[in-house]
Design a protein around this ligand. Structure first.
Ligand SMILES: NC(=O)c1ccc[n+]([C@@H]2O[C@H](COP(=O)([O-])OP(=O)(O)OC[C@H]3O[C@@H](n4cnc5c(N)ncnc54)[C@H](OP(=O)(O)O)[C@@H]3O)[C@@H](O)[C@H]2O)c1
Length: 340
């Protein structure tokens, strides 16, 4: 029998999680929610999802627009074994009492504070900690990108300390209400940034400090990492660890990957919505100086957390062990298939 998954908030993350859940042989989407009857609501129905109204007072808006909804979000979560809350940042915490009242398990996203859930989650780093839990937070896109590589480096070589610079896309491609046309914004100005402490919600023992900037691009984030390792290792040993991990892809500038624009041009050939669920690391950026490792990675902010949500469902509902869940998720989403 398939577990029944409700998606509360069918936006950038919600629509991708819905499509990923639909690809699993042990899960089904019982419904998705929107607050308003726009083109995304109509597309959800056209794609075969049952649409519910996220804000009960807005039912009339859907009625007036002739967009059929099956009911309210409360009615949806009654039909679900688990809710993936993909509402805008901080709204998940407001939705939590509804999940508590219904006695349904819920996954929150990185726009929520860590105390919304019992644990902050990344499948590679702490799958076991989510097993059987009621409330889990999948960490943000930047944190997921950092945690994946730091977990692998720590497991294989031991990490002494990390200093990282995040160059962040200003908004997602769909945004037309805000943005940054010309300029580079230190974000935050007061340093360090929150990304270091957020990594520590998953990997508490990692000594990490981060700074971040927003730049006028929508495609991907870029991270520049400096990792001090416990032992001296070679560049080849680092490449070997990254090569073996399906959720990482190595690319090279001599293959034509000169910027995130080229990575996205390549990804457009691979997947629906050019989704890159993997960290994309420039192979030729990997450099070891003494015990310090340097490398640069690109993170597709709209896609990177999607497999993590699928794995969090399996962990919380005790459907599979870590390796089995990750294998199923990877296979269903073609993760690991496009290594160069
Ligand atoms: N986008 C990213 O790059 C990214 C990456 C990683 C994590 N996240 C996190 O993922 C979460 C969702 O972000 P997003 O980018 O997907 O946002 P989004 O594109 O704005 O989508 C949010 C969705 O939630 C719906 N919604 C609004 N109010 C709601 C409510 N009260 N209850 C339920 N649903 C409601 C919206 O519906 P309507 O459109 O009908 O109003 C919309 O479909 C945030 O915590 C964010 O920080 C985002």
């Amino acid at each position: 029998m398939k577990v029944r998954v409700a998606i509360n908030g069918y936006g950038t993350i919600g629509k991708r999680v819905a499509d990923a859940v639909s690809r699993q042989d042990d899960m089904e989407v019982v419904g998705v929610t929107k607050t308003k009857p726009d083109f995304e609501a109509k597309m959800a129905i056209k794609k075969g999802y049952r649409l519910y109204c996220a804000i009960p007072e807005n039912l009339k808006l859907f009625e007036d627009a002739g967009v059929d909804v099956e009911g309210t979000v409360e009615e949806l979560i009654e039909k679900a074994d688990i809710v993936v809350d993909c509402s805008p940042g901080k709204v998940g915490a407001k939705n939590k009492p509804m999940y508590e009242k219904a006695g349904v398990k819920a996954i929150f996203q990185g726009g929520e504070k860590k105390d919304v859930a019992e644990i902050s989650f990344n499948a590679l780093a702490n799958y076991e900690k989510a097993v059987g839990k009621r409330y889990v937070r999948v960490v943000s896109c930047n944190t997921t990108g950092l945690v994946r590589v730091l977990y692998l480096l720590d497991e294989n070589f031991g990490v002494e300390k990390v200093r990282a610079v995040m160059i962040r896309r200003v908004v997602d491609p769909k945004e037309d209400k805000k943005g940054l046309v010309n300029g580079i914004t230190p974000d935050p100005v007061k340093l360090p940034s929150h990304h270091g402490p957020d990594v520590q919600t998953v990997l508490p023992h990692i000594n990490i400090t981060t700074v971040a900037f927003k730049v006028p691009t929508t495609l991907m984030h870029v991270h520049s990492l400096n990792v001090q390792l416990k032992d001296k290792v070679s560049e080849e040993e680092v490449i070997d660890v990254f090569e073996k991990e399906p959720r990482i892809i190595l690319v090279s500038s001599d293959e034509g990957f000169t910027s995130t624009a080229k990575i996205v041009e390549w990804a457009r050939e691979l997947r629906l919505r050019y989704d890159l669920f993997e960290n994309v690391i420039w192979r030729d950026s990997i450099a070891v100086v003494g015990k310090e490792l340097y490398f640069t990675q690109a993170i597709h902010q709209e896609a990177i957390v999607v497999p993590e949500n699928v794995d969090a469902i399996r962990a919380m509902l005790e459907m599979a062990e870590k390796d089995e869940s990750i294998r199923k998720t990877n296979e269903s989403l073609d993760i690991g298939k496009f290594k160069l």
